[in-house]
Design a protein around this ligand. Sequence first.
Ligand SMILES: C[S@@+](CC[C@H](N)C(=O)[O-])C[C@H]1O[C@@H](n2cnc3c(N)ncnc32)[C@H](O)[C@@H]1O
Length: 255
Amino acid sequence: MTLAFDSDGAREIERLYSTPDIVRQRAEVLALLAPRPGERILDVGSGPGFLLEDLAAAVGPDGAAHGIDPSPAMNALAARRAGALPAVTLALGTAESLPYPDGDLDAVVSTQVYEYVPDIPRAFAELRRVVRPGGRVLLLDTDWDSVVWHVADRDRHARVMAAWEEHLVHPHLPATWARRLADAGFRVTAQTAIPILNPRFDENSYSALIARTIAAYVANRGGLTAADGEAWLADVRGGDYFFSMNRFCVLAEPE
Ligand SMILES: C[S@@+](CC[C@H](N)C(=O)[O-])C[C@H]1O[C@@H](n2cnc3c(N)ncnc32)[C@H](O)[C@@H]1O
């Protein structure tokens, strides 16, 4: 079962994505997307609305910053954060069926979302439909094989990571982007990695918070117990602390 983006899940993501690691990641995403005043931009799976708020500031009152998300709890957080900005609209919906006319948008951005989307060919066909000729698409997702976490019990760690892969539909999506985007009628113009590095323990870091989520998620999955999850959490926090992972970004434009 994938992660639930209900009100508890939405608040957890909001806290996680307020850490300096993800604030830095958003700044890099914005720099790559380079939104301009007056542009019409869609954020697919806009979640708590952090990026939407930044996009609205960049496009200004003459542009549009659309957010779409299937989770009412996420949209409520986004409305509170960015709903009053003149460029912002929020809709309930999914990546597989975008409620925008053909060629309506200058750009579409989506961070940490397509890894949860079951039907990627359909979702990429929708992306291709709504982006205007000469427009651009920026996607960011994780490959969970990119994680380096220092632990004493590597065997248990491997079992925890395997169970955690069930929290999303595509744990290794970025490696397939180029082919899948080409199949949908896009040309990839850039690919880049954005590392997250936590070389020491800090309660307000991405890795400290996601570790708690992972420990709770893996309880009673893949042959692991709640005690296994807690023991793994103590293991990553004990001794020498070290965490690193990559987010991957792709920029593409319609062929
Ligand atoms: C990890 S959160 C990322 C939120 C936001 N993009 C960010 O980076 O702050 C994943 C989001 O994807 C949304 N989501 C899940 N399945 C989706 C789908 N099929 N189409 C669009 N959004 C989806 C969830 O509701 C959630 O808000």
